[in-house]
Design a protein around this ligand. Sequence first.
Ligand code: PMM
Length: 275
Amino acid sequence: MGILNVTPDSFSDGGDHYALDDALAHAQQMLAEGVDIIDVGGESTRPGSVRPPEDEELRRVVPVVAALAGMGIQVSVDTMRAGVAAAAIENGAAIINDVSAGLADPDMLRVVADSPADYIAMHWRGHGSEMNQLAHYDDVTGEVMTELGARIGAALSAGITPERLIIDPGYGFAKDATQNWQLLADQEHFVSLGYRLLVGVSRKRFLGDLLRDGRGPRPVLHRDDAAVAITTLSALQGAWAVRTHTVRQHRDAVEVVARLRQVWDAPEGHPSGLR
Ligand code: PMM
């Protein structure tokens, strides 16, 4: 899943048309590198970020969704607003990626349930303005599993069928670096819930901290190789997708694991009896 953020910090210069062209060119590049889904986002969810009004989010997202879906591309839309989700689905979005799993907008689950779209439910505790203060856990994996489990229950009760549901532990959302590593170490628990699992670690701060040197944290644009390592791990565990800013090297990692899986799954795959 390739990230296409249509927020002012990503596409600041020029008017609407320039931003749309820029977004479409970036989408084409990701497609050429083997992306399967493009995740369009019009609201930055970074810690400390200020939310745009809904009409502004619609103005950013809908033209890009309509253009990509019109080209037959599978589009997901990263939004916490039911109104944006409804407009995106109407314009061809196949997946709603709601980082709040229905907590930010009471109408979200119903809107998705009444549509054909798939739904990504991520573990979330609060908006960017407050999420760093919410990163307190006694047992991070247990609490994230319980809280996400409640959101899965709410989505199912609203009428979103299990096959349409995708779950995400929400790396970096109300979690510090230690908590992210604990969740990653326990990621197989999420796979074992039986839903499709999405993993989003691309360029996140905990990778910058891991790769810190004398000059400070590894800069944002130099964290991609570490994310590829996590993609390999996630693919081996059976994750459904990774959400990433760069595509080619993640695609390559997924191809390596898929090829190995062919060997492992073949009846004659383990003549040595080692596995
Ligand atoms: N991370 C960000 C935004 N949206 N959606 C899902 N499902 N999972 C994530 O981990 C996630 C997300 C923040 O990253 P960005 O600001 O680089 O897009």
